[in-house]
Design a protein around this ligand. Structure first.
Ligand SMILES: *[C@@H]1O[C@H](CO)[C@@H](O)[C@H](O)[C@H]1NC(C)=O
Ligand SMILES: *[C@@H]1O[C@H](CO)[C@@H](O)[C@H](O)[C@H]1NC(C)=O
Length: 457
């Protein structure tokens, strides 16, 4: 792990001084090479992008500076955390790891991941997957446990995410447990975040010698209702929590003129939580899917600010306002020196022939999409998210998973959200969430890689 020391972000304190993961000697070498101004921009904005080790310094820098000409200082911290940061620096250093060796040799070097966009890649077959055996984790929601529910094929379990031009470290549960010792990690969001939360709990549990040393503190085994759940890893004194908050802003009720209670959504108010979490060590937010539901999408007499209920408001406008409310709350309440903030992107759905409630289906899919031409355009919600994050003072690391999930039409529970015999044809299919083990394990592998980079031993 020696190279790691040279590479981690100096971000443990999350200050907005934003230096990149360059060792001192490298820094000096670069300083000798570049003009101060260029260096300044270079440091502050170079992304996890597409520089391959063969990219020349000159072209890397030139393209970087070109793409920067319109970046204002307020967006620099976004660049740093957006998965497009601190990275082309590697083009200047000598750190490379060949694509082929690191996984099998157990060599978990992460240096090279700073040289690429870890969210841009392919799914490749890897027989060492999955991270935990199908059906082995008691904390997988029944509706995600495709194996238990009788899904017959298993190729979908053998796919690993492989970024173009770099290698991500294999998930090492023991190492992550140690990294998280004494900490609190909180997922806040909708059921896709719950999917990721359960995956992380199971992946970490797998490396515990005594599996009884992880438990949900209230003893629950069903995590779908509103509220707060907390998995405690006893020997490591840390917890991984989930707080359901599908819109991030507050669902609300009012009495209308006729005296009928109506549901609204308070765009100006962050959702209250049964437990405070602003001082957790790591927080992973998401929101997205609920904004596509009909009531939200139509936006008639639904969105509220203060006492005012909009007779009609475009969902894009409502979503933007809600995210701004979230962003203000984060900037006002989260101490970025203490807490790392992540935002999980929009996870793709794959309904054919209808939506979830109108006969849409995805059963029988056993392979990912191979041709990029069949992928959907980047969701507008994520473009809004990117621009909101860019204006925040708190650095937010954006887990840009849309495209990687879009390939995986084979990864959903479909009819196997239910056990036999209910999972027959004709049942409502789940083509939004993911089987576990499955796709969310790869999100956690990327989360792990990201945390490794900034981890101080
Ligand atoms: C965060 O750290 C910076 C640099 O050490 C310091 O100036 C700042 O006051 C700290 N902020 C908070 C909220 O503690
Ligand atoms: C996220 O990924 C999409 C491709 O799906 C890309 O177009 C977009 O620029 C990425 N955003 C960031 C901030 O890297």
């Amino acid at each position: 792990m020696a190279s790691l020391k040279n590479l981690y972000f100096t971000l443990s304190h999350f200050s907005r001084t934003l230096s990149c993961p360059l060792s001192r000697s490298r820094t000096q070498a670069i300083t000798a090479l570049l003009l101060t101004t260029a260096l300044f921009f270079f440091y502050f904005t170079s992304p996890f992008s597409d520089a391959s080790p063969t990219t020349t310094i000159a072209s890397t820098l030139a393209s970087r500076l070109l793409s920067l000409s319109s970046v204002s200082s307020s967006t620099t911290h976004f660049a740093l955390f957006s998965g497009r940061s601190c990275a082309d620096s590697t083009g200047l250093s000598s750190v490379t790891t060949s694509d082929t060796n690191s996984r099998k040799t157990g060599d978990h070097e992460t240096g090279d991941i700073t040289s690429c966009d870890i969210f841009d890649g392919d799914w490749v077959v890897d027989d060492s997957n999955p991270l935990y055996q199908p059906g082995s984790c008691p904390f997988v929601d029944g509706s995600f446990d495709c194996f238990k529910n009788g899904r017959p094929d298993s190729d979908y379990l053998r796919l690993r995410w492989k970024p173009h031009g770099c290698q991500i470290p294999r998930f090492d549960g023991m190492k992550m447990l140690k990294m998280l010792r004494g900490k609190r990690l909180v997922f806040v969001g909708d059921s896709l975040n719950r999917n990721m939360w359960e995956s992380l709990v199971c992946a970490l549990r797998e490396s515990l010698p005594d599996k009884r040393k992880v438990f949900e503190v209230s003893g629950r085994r069903e995590f779908r209702t509103q509220g707060f759940y907390s998995f405690r890893f006893k020997d490591y004194k840390f917890s991984i929590d989930f707080i359901k908050s599908p819109f991030l802003v507050q669902e609300w009720r009012i009495l209308d003129k006729a005296g009928t209670r109506r549901e609204t959504l308070r765009l100006d108010m962050i959702q209250g939580s049964p437990t405070k979490y602003h001082d957790a060590d790591i927080i992973i937010f998401n929101t997205g899917h609920w904004w596509t539901h009909q009531k939200t999408y139509k936006g008639n007499n639904y969105f509220q600010e203060g006492n005012y209920v909009y007779p009609r408001l475009e969902v894009a406008e409502a979503y933007t306002r809600a995210l701004r409310t979230w962003a203000q709350w984060v900037d006002a309440n989260i101490n970025a020196n203490r807490t790392r903030v992540f935002f999980q992107g929009y996870s793709a759905s794959h309904f054919r022939g209808g939506q979830w409630n109108s006969g849409g289906n995805c059963d029988g899919e056993t392979e990912p999409i191979k041709n990029d031409a069949y992928l959907v355009p980047y969701p507008w919600m994520m473009s809004v998210l990117e621009s909101v994050i860019a204006e925040m003072k708190t650095p937010v690391f954006y887990l840009n998973i849309t495209k990687m999930t879009d390939y995986r039409k084979d990864g959903h529970p479909s009819i196997f959200r239910l056990p036999k015999p209910q999972n027959s044809a004709g049942t409502i299919q789940d083509c939004s969430h993911w089987c576990l083990p499955g796709v969310p394990d790869s999100w956690n592998e990327l989360l792990y890689a990201t945390l490794l980079l900034s981890h101080h031993e």
